[in-house]
Design a protein around this ligand. Sequence first.
Ligand code: COA
Length: 435
Amino acid sequence: MMYAQEDYQAKKMTAAQAAALVENGWLLGMDSSAAQTPALMQAIADRAYAGQLEGVKVQALLDAYPFAYYMDPALLGKMTGFSWFSSGAARQAVNGGYADLLPSYYRDIPSHIRREYSYDAFCISVSPMDKHGYFSFATAGSYSQAMLDKAQRVFVEVNKYQPRAIRGGQIHVSQVTAIVENDSPLPVLPPVKIDRDSETIGGLIAEQIPDGACVQLGIGAIPDATGLALRSKHDLGIHTEMFTDSMVELIACGAVNNSKKQIHRGRSVTTFAYGSQRIYDYIDDNPAIEILPVEYVNDPAVICRNDNMISINAALEVDLFGQVCAESVGTRHMSGTGGQVDFVRGACQSKGGKSFIAFTSTAKGGTISKIRSTLAPGAVVTTSKNDVDYIVTEYGVAHLRGRSLAERARQLIAIAHPDFREELAFEAKKRGIML
Ligand code: COA
C-alpha cells in the first residue's frame, strides 16, 4: 500500500480535471449543506454548458450553494438535480419543473440509497487529511456512509475550513479517486430574525420543558427562539437532527451538559450541522459532539431512549383534526419532510417526552390563518393526526394527542388568531364537529 502522502499527491487534481472524468448519464451523490462540493459541481456544469455532457443527475439534500442545475432551467436533461429535501434554490427549481424531489422520511434515506441506487461518484467536502491518511466527513453524518458504500468512485474537495469531527464519519485516502483542494469559507445561514411572536411562542414551549430534558430543535425562527428561551434551564441534553447556533449557545452558557441523558451521556448527538462559523469552530476536534448517520440518529426507537425527549418543529398550516402541513403552500412545494415525523414519533415514545409543532397564527400580514378548517387543496400532510402531539401559536398551547375531534377543534380554535376564531367555529359546526 502506498504511503498516505504519496497517495494524496497522486490523486490530487484540479476541479476541471476531476470533472473531465464524468461521463454522460452518470449519477452523482452529495450530502447536505456544508458537506457539498461547489468547485466540482461548477466544473461539471461548465462541461454541460459546453455541450460535453448530458444526462448527468445529482442527488443532494438541503443545498447550501446556488448550484447551476437549480438556478438555470437550460441545464435540464444535461445536469439535473434530485433533492432529498429541497428548499432555497431547489424549491424554486422543483416548482419550476426543472428539478425533482425524492420524498422520504429523513431516517429512511440511507435505506433508499442502499436498496435503489448506485452512484458513479460520491462527492463530499472534507477536512484536510490527518497523519494516518483519513479525511473527516466534517459536518455530515446523514447519509454519507450509505452513498460511499454504493459509489464506484469518490471525489473529495479538501477544504482547510472544514472542521475535523473526531466522533464522526471518516474516509481513507486509499478509498478516494480524485482530490480537489478548495479552501473556501464554509456556507453560513444568515442569522434568523426572531420577532415578538416567535419569542412568545419560544417562551410558551420553554415553560413545558423540565430541567434535565433532551431536546431537538428544527429549522427556523421559532425553534431558535425556543433555544434562546432555554438558557435558564439546567442539565439539558441534545439529541437532534441539525446542530444549530442556539445549541452552541446553550452549551456555552451551561444550560446543556448532557448529564441526564440515558444514551450518549456527556455528549451532544446530531446527524449534520449547518449555521454560523461558531458551529464549525465548536465541532473542530471536539469529543463532546457525535455526528452520526441519520438512520441511527433519527430512528424513533433510538430517539425515545432518552427520557423527557422534547422535539420542536415548524409548520405552514394545520387543520382542525391536527393534520400538519410543513411542506407546501397548497400545491406550491416548500420543502421536504426532513426529520419532523421521525422526531414527533421518537419524542412521543419517550418517557416524559413531548413533541411541539409551532408557528405564528397567521401568514401574509395577518390575512391568512395557519389554523384552517381543512388544509388548502393540494397541501401535503407531513405529520398525521394520529402522530401529532402539541400545537403552539403565540395564543397558547393545544394538546391534541389522544384527544377527540371535538376537543382538538376546540383547542385549536382557542389558539387561532382572534380574527379567525368565529369563522373556524362556524366551519367546524358545519362539518358536524361537536363543539
Ligand atoms: N399560507 C400561505 N403562505 C404561508 C403559510 C400559509 N399557511 N404559511 C407560511 N406561508 C408563507 C410565509 O408567509 C413565507 O412567505 P415569504 O417567503 O413570502 O415570506 C413562506 O410561506 C415561508 O413561511 P415561514 O413561516 O417563514 O416558514 P419557514 O421558512 O420558517 O419554513 C417550514 C417552515 C415548515 C417549511 C420548515 O420548517 C421546514 O422546512 N419544514 C420541513 C419539515 C420539518 O420540520 N423538518 C424538521 C427540520 S428539517
